[in-house]
Write a protein that binds this ligand. Structure first.
Ligand SMILES: [Zn+2]
Length: 137
């Protein structure tokens, strides 16, 4: 074991890609109902919720104006999420922010990447996902 510190870091990685255990990272929001301090925290926790098929969390954190009635995450074909890269978090004012990210996933063995700029709004101290623009690469 040449580099035990590195191995330990790899062993505890949240699905969002942060080098923390799930319970110390996105689990605080997804499972414990803690309010995300920033839009980026919310965005990461929503990606993690997709990887865990946590539809209720995704709907709860979606702004009521744009929220779909259901996501049917468990319907085939299954999406296998591979990883998240947050490119940019921009706070446009106290209660509005955008997060640019790339999410990689596979459907039926074929790899895709989603490059999106998501919009977030904060109401009564709670961040919500509003909608996003998908960027073609
Ligand atoms: Zn996380």
């Amino acid at each position: 074991m040449k580099n035990p510190a590195k191995q330990r870091t790899q062993a505890v990685t949240c699905p969002c890609g942060k080098p923390y255990a799930y319970t110390q990272c996105c689990g605080r929001y997804v499972d414990q109902g803690e309010a995300a301090a920033t839009a980026e925290h919310l965005m990461r926790s929503r990606y993690t919720a997709y990887t865990l098929d946590r539809e209720n969390y995704l709907l709860d954190t979606w702004h009521p104006d744009t929220r779909p009635t259901s996501l049917q995450l468990t319907n085939p074909p299954q999406t296998h999420w591979l990883g998240l890269t947050v490119k940019r978090h921009t706070q446009t004012d106290a209660d509005h922010a955008t997060v640019e990210f790339i999410a990689r996933y596979k459907i039926n063995g074929r790899a895709y990447r989603l490059h999106e700029i998501s919009r977030f709004v904060r109401e009564q101290g709670i961040w919500f996902y509003v909608d996003g623009d998908i960027l073609e690469n």
